[in-house]
Design a binder for this molecule. Structure first.
Ligand code: ATP
Ligand code: MG
Length: 503
């Protein structure tokens, strides 16, 4: 494809500037190999590939390869001996970087490369760098194909429908663009085979291929094991109160559109929702995706932390990449503080891993260009690193307090209606009074209890059942009074209230 690919340009610069050791992170060996072949040709260099299964293979016309060279150490020696300007591509070499001797040989080799026109490229889907190599090595992320490249592949598939395997192609205006947008996130190979599958399945190529593509994307998210694909069923209308927060979300959603982008609005970054337990923080995050009709990906901070050195940072990078691939989407980080405790300097127990993972995340949050909207929640602010709260990280920080009287009325109405009863049959104002200091979750719980009580008595639920259930509940706001007060004080100067005060 065209050399407008920014990674190709970056790589060309690095090679010409004689960076001796590059680490290319990509799943797409084929696409990357083609790119390297173009660069080698352009720079009049020889090109060698090494893999443990094929040994050394010279590409681009030369045949100085040696298929017997399976041993990584001998392969490095081979590279040392070649005198002409060359690019050596070592596939899946990351697994040998655990061996001290290999690392040492690599460093020696790279040292000698500095005064030559030779470059060694480690090509691997995973990034693992031993500390000793950190200074010698430059990482290049090879991004998934962009819309242009995907359109090129799509055109080829369409062309194929006219020749060999004949099948009908039927798109209405705008549908091809939608298909190309939905297919982003797949490698070129995956994209092509997904289209082929859609053709086989549907007997034609049309907009219904998008369904097949979405399934494939869900697979990828699932396979990453770091993210969870949520079917967002929650609606904004199912949240009682929190009017300022909901208004803000309505407005922000428009900034995601192509028109807003054309108009010059920056991409929305994200929102941090802090506050009291059970008051709708997680609920709101789920509803955002429903409101904006975007996929919702949940990032489980716990799963990020791996046992091997460097694994956690790599997991974070991978999760970010996957989310970017699925973009536009909402990336939901629930209970952020649980994953981030230990970022402070006082906690050295994990050798700084948490801090590094966190800084990877922060940097991305600040610099991201892809439309990934981060929706994060937290309820223990004392655990949150201050850097997170600095301007420019999130678009806004909201504080969710216990619901006021009017909000409680709404929450009762929502949950009563959810259980297929008419809210008008209840005195909502009286219920709101009886539930002063209750969270939304506690109100919901009381309704459930009243309902099962009524069921046991073989009659329908009525006002006194609810009053009784409320009377028997000891709300968290009583037992956690001091914590909540502290939270409020803290939030007063740092966060925007998610609800209108009162009650
Ligand atoms: N404002 C609200 N409107 C309607 N329902 C609510 C509201 N707040 C809480 N609920 C109910 O309580 C449940 C729990 O709320 P949610 O999980 O959003 O709380 P949270 O703020 O994330 O709490 P935690 O800090 O414990 O995670 C929701 O699924 C919903 O049924
Ligand atoms: Mg929650």
């Amino acid at each position: 494809m065209s050399a407008t690919n920014p990674q190709e340009a970056e790589l060309e610069v690095l090679i010409r500037a004689r960076y001796p050791l590059l680490y290319l992170v990509s799943w797409e060996e084929e696409r990357v190999s083609q790119m390297l072949a173009r660069l080698a040709k352009k720079g009049s260099k020889r090109l060698f590939f090494w893999s443990v299964t094929q040994g050394i293979v010279e590409s681009g016309g030369g045949n100085a390869g040696d298929s017997t060279v399976r041993d990584p150490k001998i392969a490095l020696d081979f590279a040392a001996k070649v005198e002409e300007p060359s690019i050596f591509v070592f596939k899946d070499f990351h697994s040998y970087l655990r061996d001290d001797k290999i690392v040492r040989s690599l460093r020696d080799l790279v040292g000698s490369f500095k005064s030559s026109y030779k470059t060694l490229v480690i090509l691997s889907p995973r990034l693992t760098i031993p500390m000793e190599l950190e200074k010698d090595l430059t990482v290049v992320d090879y991004d998934l194909p962009g819309p242009e490249e995907l359109k090129g592949m799509f055109d080829q598939v369409v062309a194929a429908s006219q020749s060999g395997a004949r099948f009908p192609v039927d798109f209405k205006p705008g549908e091809v663009e939608r298909l190309i947008q939905s297919i982003q996130g797949l490698t070129l190979d995956e994209a092509e085979s997904t289209l082929a599958r859609a053709v086989v399945q549907n007997g034609k190529l049309d907009a219904s291929a998008i369904e097949v593509i979405l399934k494939e994307i869900k697979q990828i998210v699932r396979k990453s094991r770091l993210l969870e694909y949520f079917e967002a069923k929650e609606e904004i209308a199912g949240i009682g109160g929190l009017v300022p927060l909901k208004d803000w979300l309505h407005k922000r959603g428009r900034a995601f559109s192509e028109q807003a982008h054309q108009f010059g609005l920056p991409q929305p970054r994200g929102v941090l929702i802090l506050g009291v337990q059970g008051c709708g923080k997680s609920l709101t995050c789920k509803a955002i995706a429903g409101l904006w009709k975007l996929p919702l990906l949940r990032l489980d901070m716990g799963s990020i932390f791996g046992s091997l050195v460097g694994e956690s940072e790599e997991n974070m990078r991978r999760a970010i990449k996957t989310a970017e691939a699925v973009a536009p989407c909402v990336l939901w980080l629930d209970e952020l503080e649980k994953g981030l405790s230990g970022t402070g300097s006082s906690n050295m127990s994990d050798g700084g891993t948490t801090a590094r993972v966190f800084s990877t995340f922060l940097t991305w949050l600040q610099e991201k260009t892809k439309p990934v909207f981060v929706a994060a929640t937290a309820n223990d602010i004392s655990q949150l690193p201050p850097e997170l709260l600095r301007k420019g990280r999130f678009d806004e920080i909201f504080f969710v307090d216990l619901p006021g009287a009017t909000e409680r009325e709404q929450i009762f109405a929502i949950h009563i209606a959810k259980r297929r009863r008419d809210p008008k049959a209840f005195d909502l104002a009286a219920l709101a009074k009886l539930s002063a200091g209750f969270s939304g979750a506690e109100i919901e719980q009381a309704i459930s209890e009243a309902l099962s009580e009524a069921f046991n008595l073989n009659r329908d639920i009525a006002q006194p059942d609810l009053a009784k259930a409320l009377g028997e509940t000891v709300s968290l706001s009583k037992t956690m009074r001091e914590d909540i007060d502290r939270l409020r004080q803290w939030a007063a100067t740092r966060a925007r209230p998610a609800s209108i005060a009162g009650g």
